[in-house]
Design a protein around this ligand. Sequence first.
Ligand code: I3P
Length: 107
Amino acid sequence: LEGGLCRKHEMEAQGKRAPNRSWQSVYCVLRGGSLSFYKDAKSAGGAGAPFHGEPPASLRGARCHPATHYKKRKHVFKLGLSDGKEYLFQAKDEAEMSTWLRVIQAA
Ligand code: I3P
């Protein structure tokens, strides 16, 4: 699965807030149990560099569920990685959010 989502980086590690907390558009690619981030579809397709040089996020042991506590935007889900990183993602609608949740939870 791949596609554009809005992303907010919440936690850098357990108990450590992420320094850059603004919402950003990222192009997400889920393959081989890892989630990779790119600036856009073009850089994801070619030999493009990952978004801000970020290494792929391993989904092993990750938790992913709707961010029911987050009221500022709709269709937001939360991804918590086993290393303590946490992200919020905003999909364009409920259907898109469900697809990402299902696929991430199955990864
Ligand atoms: C952040 C930006 C985010 C906001 C975040 C701010 O500032 O306004 O939209 O999150 O609040 O720190 P900046 O763009 O200067 O990085 P919300 O949209 O969720 O409020 P936070 O630090 O309370 O997460």
